[in-house]
Write a protein that binds this ligand. Structure first.
Ligand SMILES: Nc1ncnc2c1ncn2[C@@H]1O[C@H](COP(=O)(O)OP(=O)(O)OP(=O)(O)O)[C@@H](O)[C@H]1O
Ligand SMILES: [Mg+2]
Length: 373
């Protein structure tokens, strides 16, 4: 049977399962690429997309679905169903659950049955851990102001949105995390789950017996000031950089030497260079040229070290966003500590990007080694 026929049969089987649950099903009269059918129940007019996939559905696919619901073609719907025969990642489920968008329901279709997924019934993320069961992530930099503190805090935020408690360790003598989140963050969750917490510690205040499953370090730019006993424990090291020509010229070799220093203390960690403040959502010619230059710079290291990767910004990057730019305004506005995770007009770029970053860490771990470019 051809793939198209297969897909059509699958869509029909899903429609039958939904009909049994009281949905009225309307198949489009012409073949539409964007969705499979409409399901109506009372006031609900849902668009249904069915995927006959083997791969796990991730953040980029959910992002695309959220976008579709905003297009003129998506305006007629007030809900979306994304249904697959494969599976969903926890980050994708967390993104679909966010308020501010039209409600999106994710479901698995297996053995002719539909199973709706929520963060509460989704599987744990598959991530590297230490013997103590915790995952340690270091965020490094070669120069100030590239987003080390922003990335540390919001990566913690993405993990907390997924239901994990996170300890943020402030190793940078500037103590920005302590200034920005002195009383930490509490993210409530739907009962019966408890909310998740982000707590900030100085190195001497942190004890590995604390409850947090994730430990994220905002590392000192002065490499030797980072305690070696924590450097050895890191499962992941992230070096944010900006995709800009001067940044590359001035900092390229410093990034390489930072990576070498980390590696001399830690043979196992996944090391990755992450593009922050990516300016354009679309791939412009300039981004393409810069990306090539960066890839050239890191090629040698990637060939030598199977656990080092310059993350292709088209796969995963932190985009420039005003929310991140103005992050910290709570200090001046007299409010409580917060992260830049407010949904505005149905979107929150930081939330999408940092959930994708967690997913990227998971993907890297499953491959074991990065695929060579
Ligand atoms: N993706 C982004 N979009 C917009 N603004 C950003 C982004 N990332 C970081 N910024 C802004 O850039 C500035 C520097 O970021 P941040 O303080 O996180 O960098 P840092 O590397 O920790 O710097 P430092 O060395 O001073 O500790 C901040 O004003 C922050 O709000
Ligand atoms: Mg900082």
């Amino acid at each position: 049977m051809s793939e198209i026929e297969n897909h059509q049969n699958l869509a029909k089987a899903v429609a039958r399962a939904m009909k049994k649950k009281g949905w009225e099903i309307i198949f489009p009269t012409i073949n539409i690429e964007e969705y499979d059918f409409t399901a109506v129940k009372g006031e609900i007019r849902a668009v249904v997309q069915v995927k006959n996939w083997k791969r796990t559905v991730g953040v980029p696919q959910i992002r695309k679905f959220i976008e579709f619901l905003k297009l003129p073609m998506g305006k007629q719907f007030n809900r979306g169903f994304f249904i697959t025969t494969s599976d969903f990642g926890k980050a994708a489920i967390t993104l679909a659950e966010q308020k501010g968008n039209k409600p999106i329901q994710l479901a698995l279709f297996k053995n002719k049955r539909l199973k709706i997924l929520t963060p509460n019934n989704s599987k744990d993320i598959k991530i590297a851990t230490n013997k103590d069961g915790k995952t340690y992530i270091g965020v490094f930099t070669c120069k100030g102001g590239v987003g080390k503190t922003t990335v540390s805090a919001h990566l913690a935020g993405a993990l907390a949105l997924m239901g994990y408690d996170v300890a943020l360790i402030d190793l940078d003598p500037q103590r920005h995390l302590n200034v920005l989140l002195p009383e930490g963050i509490y993210l409530p969750r739907k009962p019966p789950n408890l909310g998740s917490t982000i707590n900030v510690f100085n190195y001497d205040e942190y004890d590995p017996s604390f409850k947090e499953k994730f430990v994220i370090c905002d590392c000192s730019p002065d490499f030797q000031n980072n305690p070696p006993e924590i450097m050895e424990k890191l499962n992941y090291c992230i070096i944010p950089t900006m995709l800009n020509p001067l940044g590359l010229n001035k900092n390229g070799h410093v990034i390489v030497s930072t990576l070498e220093k980390i590696r001399s203390l830690n043979k196992n960690a996944y090391l990755m260079v992450l593009v922050n403040s990516l300016y354009n959502e679309k791939t412009t010619e300039l981004i393409r040229v810069l990306k090539k230059e960066y890839q050239k710079l890191f090629k040698k290291l990637e060939t030598k070290d199977g656990r080092f990767r310059f993350i292709d910004p088209e796969e995963c990057a932190i985009r420039f966003s005003k929310q991140l730019f103005y992050w910290g305004s709570h200090i001046y506005m007299g409010g409580e500590s917060e992260l830049a995770f407010k949904t505005i007009g149905g979107r929150c770029l930081p939330k999408e990007d940092f959930l994708r970053l967690v997913e990227y860490l998971e993907e890297s771990t499953q491959i074991g080694q990065f695929k060579l470019l």
